[in-house]
Write a protein that binds this ligand. Structure first.
Ligand code: PLP
Length: 397
């Protein structure tokens, strides 16, 4: 980044100034097909009329009151969320990291309130990503994000992704919660097996442990269900963090809990100046209404199935580039061969007018708006194939 911005990012030399559905347009009028959607955030694409309308309408009325005063939109959205999920209580935040902080605090506070303050440890999995606050980087456990930021925070136990035996042997009298993303995003688009989620739920019940899902990336219809864990029966969480797609591009998140897990979060235990502000709630309500329209998820599943099937075809045609296609719904990862660096491949796709992202484990990640059509997918696949050819040519030198 050019000073005076901090050097924390390295974006390409492009300036996007406009969005239109699944397209983003630069200052020079070049059009790019957006198959990453601001990292699974623009769930309804760019410039969606219902969202623009909701935001403009609220902008004319009232922007901010803080939580000193009731925000009617909060009650409305909380009711929708609780009517449609496992949850009974909602706390609104501005981001995913804050939703995770609320989830972690809620879990620890539950045991404090139950007179078991020695139960405070949280078990997490390798490849996890939960955000960038101190709590979130310690929960995520990624050494790259922890290095240089002081001593690791007490109370997190990390085990290998999918290692159910390690999970069982790591549970102790001090374990408060297990935290996981039903589909890991940043870690490389890896989904937990439904059976494993069920077994984890069972272990939590057996030991009186709280189960926390981080659905910041995989929620909000991304996998073809309102929330990803709904694919697995009998695997509901006690607490869930959401953000990204639920705001459709407006910064907002939420921490959802059952009555039992959330009832001890009383006056003074937690708070936010901006969380649940009228602008965010106006957009959040509009996003929710779109996601829950009859037939919406059917369309998502239809187009996701087509995209996945076509990508498997491309993986067969370009075995020197693509090692594996994985993910769920419209959160898709292409794990690339070691010889192809994912960031370079993302650049090749961009050179051909297709925006995708990189994730851990040398994965190229796709998360198009949920409103993407089969025609858009066909256009994306054409652009992707040009990039795959270019990557193959590069390998041959
Ligand atoms: C993006 C992300 C976060 C952090 O969300 P922010 O809005 O960037 O704070 C947390 N968990 C997961 C799974 C994410 O993908």
């Amino acid at each position: 980044m050019p000073a005076p911005l901090m050097d924390t990012y390295s974006p390409p030399d492009l300036d996007f100034v406009r969005g239109d559905g699944v397209w983003m347009i630069t200052d020079t009028g070049e059009r790019y097909l957006d198959f990453i959607a601001g990292i699974a955030v623009n769930s309804l694409g760019h410039n969606h009329p219902a969202l623009v309308g909701a935001l403009k309408d609220q902008a004319d009325k009232l922007w901010h009151t803080s939580n000193m005063f009731r925000v009617p939109g909060q009650l409305e959205l909380a009711k929708k969320l609780t009517d449609n999920t496992f949850a009974d209580r909602v706390f609104f935040t501005n981001s995913g990291t804050e939703a995770i902080e609320c989830a972690l605090k809620t879990a620890r506070h539950y045991f404090f309130a139950m007179g078991e303050p020695h139960r405070y440890r949280i078990i997490t999995f390798t490849g996890a990503f939960h955000g960038r606050s101190f709590g979130a980087i310690n929960a995520g456990g990624n050494p790259k994000y922890l290095e240089g930021f002081g001593p690791a925070m007490e109370g997190f136990d990390q085990i290998a992704f999918g290692d159910m035996d390690a999970l069982k042997s790591t549970i102790t009298e001090e374990t408060a919660a297990i935290l996981l993303e039903p589909v890991q995003g940043e870690g490389g688009v890896r989904a937990f097996e439904d059976a494993d989620l069920r077994e984890i739920r069972r272990l939590c019940d057996e030991h009186g442990i709280l189960l926390i899902y981080d659905e910041v990336q995989c929620g909000a219809g991304r996998t073809g269900k309102l929330f990803a864990h709904e694919w697995a029966e009998r695997a509901q969480p006690d607490i869930m963090a959401v953000a990204k797609g639920v705001g459709g591009g407006f910064p907002m998140g939420a921490c959802l809990t059952t009555d039992a897990a959330g009832e001890h979060m009383k006056m003074g235990t937690h708070g936010s100046t901006f969380g649940g502000n009228p602008l965010a709630m106006a957009v959040g309500n509009a996003v929710f209404d779109e996601l829950t329209k009859p037939g919406f998820m059917d369309e998502v599943n239809e187009v996701a199935g087509y995209l996945k099937q076509q990508l498997h075809g491309l993986a067969d045609t370009y075995p020197d580039v693509i090692e594996e296609v994985r993910g769920r719904g419209l959160l898709i990862g292409m794990k690339l061969k070691d010889a192809v660096v994912n960031r370079d491949f993302v650049g090749l796709a961009r050179d051909n007018g297709l925006l995708i992202g990189a994730a851990g484990d040398n994965v190229a990640r796709m998360a198009p708006p949920l409103t993407v059509t089969k025609d858009d997918v066909r256009t994306a696949l054409e652009k992707l194939e040009v990039a795959l050819k270019a990557a193959t040519d590069k390998l041959k030198g």
